[in-house]
Design a protein around this ligand. Structure first.
Ligand SMILES: [Zn+2]
Length: 276
């Protein structure tokens, strides 16, 4: 009798494992994705990003953060302009008038709060690169595991300052990384704009595959024409990364969402609406 019940228990546990396996393979891990407003700005001269093209013309930029709900927890991609800029009546004026004058119409904190999410609820985060319009709020999430390329982490900042607080939990990557182990959220190493620039491939259950550009391109016209901005770490790497992204977009039948492209963002649903 005892032996029979042990056998039954063993049998049931085997079925339980098989069931879990089927549930994992049959159901995508990502449930939804929110686009958060992480800044709005005006570039004084857009040819900074497209040398020789549209010289002297100003252009509106946006800055997005993306919040992903995965069955294993929340994941944040990029953190935008610092929330403190929201309190500045005239926004953040650049030293060079050709650069971007940023404003923060909504804070990241307020947008998370609207969704009922606390910073400690965010299990993982990654930034596309360490330019200031992408890392402005990393320390709002001091307990969240940060995924960053080793080459970016170790890239000396101004006055040899580290790019991140040494005590922030970090996973240093050397290449692509499947974050949840189910292929639904994958960091793609796309160096060039900075030494350890990265992009993100996300597979949503209804919307399908999306690639979040980071700053591999700043707006669609530059992507279409493979233009490399004047402020850029390595031109050859940038062009090779665009080629890698293009091949991945084809292979995964993915859409490309370009972080700073206002015309594209104007056609997308912002948080609290979402994509599933
Ligand atoms: Zn940027």
């Amino acid at each position: 009798m005892k032996r029979a019940s042990v056998f039954l228990a063993t049998l049931l546990s085997v079925f339980a494992v098989v069931d879990l396996g089927q549930a994992q393979s049959g159901k995508p891990g990502v449930e939804r994705l929110y686009i958060l407003n992480c800044g709005e700005g005006v570039a004084g001269d857009v040819s900074r990003w497209s040398p020789g093209v549209n010289e002297g013309k100003s252009m509106d930029f946006v800055d997005n953060c993306y919040l992903i709900k995965h069955a294993q927890g929340w994941f944040l991609w990029d953190t935008g302009i610092p929330d403190a800029v929201a309190a500045m009546p005239n926004g953040l004026a650049p030293a060079d008038s050709k650069a971007i004058h940023w404003r923060r119409p909504k804070t990241l904190a307020a947008q998370l709060d609207q969704l009922g999410i606390k910073p400690a609820d965010i299990k993982g985060m990654a930034v596309s690169h360490t330019h200031p319009d992408h890392i402005g709020n990393v320390e709002m999430f001091p307990e969240t595991m940060l995924y960053v390329q080793k080459a970016e982490y170790e890239w000396p900042g101004a006055n040899n300052q580290p790019r991140f607080k040494p005590e922030h939990p970090v996973t240093k990557l050397e290449g692509d990384r499947d974050i949840f182990g189910d292929g639904s959220v994958t960091i793609l190493s796309t160096p060039g704009h900075t030494p350890g620039h990265q992009s993100l491939l996300v597979k949503l259950p209804k919307t399908g595959a999306l690639m979040l550009s980071g700053d591999a391109a700043h707006f669609k016209d530059n992507w279409d024409n493979r233009r490399v901005p004047s402020i850029n770490f390595n031109r050859d790497q940038t062009l090779a990364s665009m080629q890698k992204m293009s091949e991945t977009l084809t292979k995964e039948k993915a859409q490309l969402w370009i972080n700073h492209d206002k015309a594209q963002r104007d056609g997308l649903r912002m948080s609290p609406e979402f994509y599933d």
